[in-house]
Design a protein around this ligand. Structure first.
Ligand SMILES: Nc1ncnc2c1ncn2[C@@H]1O[C@H](COP(=O)(O)OP(=O)(O)OP(=O)(O)O)[C@@H](O)[C@H]1O
Ligand SMILES: [Mg+2]
Length: 248
C-alpha cells in the first residue's frame, strides 16, 4: 500500500469537514480500503465522537508529532466503521508543524490506502501543515455566499501553493432545496461552482440522520440519504463515474 493523502478544508468554520471526513472514510472503508483519518484541529476535537473512538484514545496527534509516542500507538480503529482508523486531535496543544506531519504520513503510507487530514477552519497552522503533505484537497462548503467566497480564497491558496487545480475539488454539504432559488442566497449548483472556481466532486444533503449519528457517536443508517450520497462521494473520490444526484 502507498496511501494517497487528501485534506479536507474550508475557509468558514462548521461547514461539516469533520462530519464529511468520517462519512468519506467510512464509505471508502466499506469499499474495502484501509483508511486513516487524522484530525488536526487542536483543542476542538470532534472526529473522536463522530467516529465512535471517544474514550478509547490514549495518545493523540500532538504526542506523535512531538515524538512522545510512535505513530501506531495513536491509531485507534473505529468501532462503528470497520476499516476506518483515527488519530485524534489533542484537547489542547500547540501548532501542528508541516515537517513532522509529513514525516508521520510517510511512516503511515505503507499501511493504508487513503490518509484523510481533517483540518481546522481557515488557513492557519493545521491547513498549512496538511497542504504540505496532501496530494489532493476536498473543500467542504455549505451553499451560502460566505462559505463559498471564503472557499475560493482557500482553493486559490492551494493552487498557488502548487496543488494541481484538478486535485482541488468541491464537496457541497448540507444541501437542501430551500438553499437554492430566486429568493435564496444562492441560485443553483452552478453558482456554487462558479463562485469557488473548482470542479464539484459531490453533494451531501442536509441530513438529520447524519447530524444525529455524529452527535451520538452511532453508525449512520446505511439507507439514509447521507449514506447514499457518501457512497457516491467515495466512488467519485476513487475516480469512478457516478452521476451526481441532487436532491438525493
Ligand atoms: N450534511 C449534514 N446534515 C446535517 N448536519 C450536518 C451535516 N454536516 C454537518 N452537520 C452538522 O454541522 C455541525 C458542524 O459539523 P462539523 O463539526 O463536521 O463541521 P467542521 O467543518 O468540522 O467544523 P470546524 O470548522 O469547527 O472543524 C455538526 O453539528 C454536524 O453534525
Ligand atoms: Mg472539524
Amino acid at each position: 500500500m502507498n496511501a494517497q493523502i487528501a485534506m479536507l478544508c474550508s475557509g468558514k468554520g462548521g461547514t461539516g469537514k469533520s462530519t464529511v471526513a468520517v462519512l468519506l472514510g467510512a464509505q471508502l472503508a466499506a469499499r474495502g480500503q484501509k483508511v486513516l483519518l487524522v484530525e488536526l484541529d487542536s483543542g476542538l476535537r470532534s472526529v473522536d465522537i463522530i467516529a465512535g473512538v471517544y474514550g478509547r484514545t490514549v495518545y493523540d496527534i500532538e504526542d506523535v508529532l512531538c515524538g512522545r509516542c510512535a505513530g501506531d500507538k495513536a491509531v485507534v480503529e473505529s468501532p462503528l466503521y470497520r476499516g476506518l482508523s483515527v488519530i485524534s486531535a489533542p484537547y489542547e496543544g500547540g501548532d501542528i508543524q508541516p515537517a513532522p506531519l509529513r514525516a508521520l504520513c510517510g511512516v503511515m503510507r505503507p499501511y493504508f490506502d487513503v490518509i484523510l487530514l481533517d483540518t481546522a477552519a481557515g488557513m492557519g497552522a493545521p491547513f498549512r501543515a496538511a497542504a504540505s503533505a496532501a496530494q489532493r484537497a476536498l473543500l467542504v462548503l455549505t451553499p451560502d455566499p460566505v462559505a463559498l467566497r471564503d472557499g475560493r480564497i482557500v482553493a486559490d491558496r492551494l493552487i498557488e501553493g502548487g496543488m494541481p487545480q484538478a486535485e482541488v475539488r468541491l464537496v457541497l454539504n448540507r444541501a437542501a432545496r430551500a438553499c437554492f432559488g430566486k429568493n435564496a442566497p444562492v441560485a443553483d449548483l452552478d453558482e456554487c461552482i462558479d463562485t469557488v472556481g473548482i470542479q464539484l466532486l459531490a453533494v451531501i444533503p442536509e441530513s438529520p440522520a447524519l447530524r444525529r449519528a455524529g452527535a451520538t457517536g452511532t453508525p449512520l443508517p446505511p439507507a439514509s440519504g447521507a449514506a447514499v450520497a457518501g457512497k457516491a462521494l467515495a466512488a467519485r473520490f476513487c475516480g469512478e463515474r457516478v452521476a451526481l444526484k441532487f436532491p438525493v
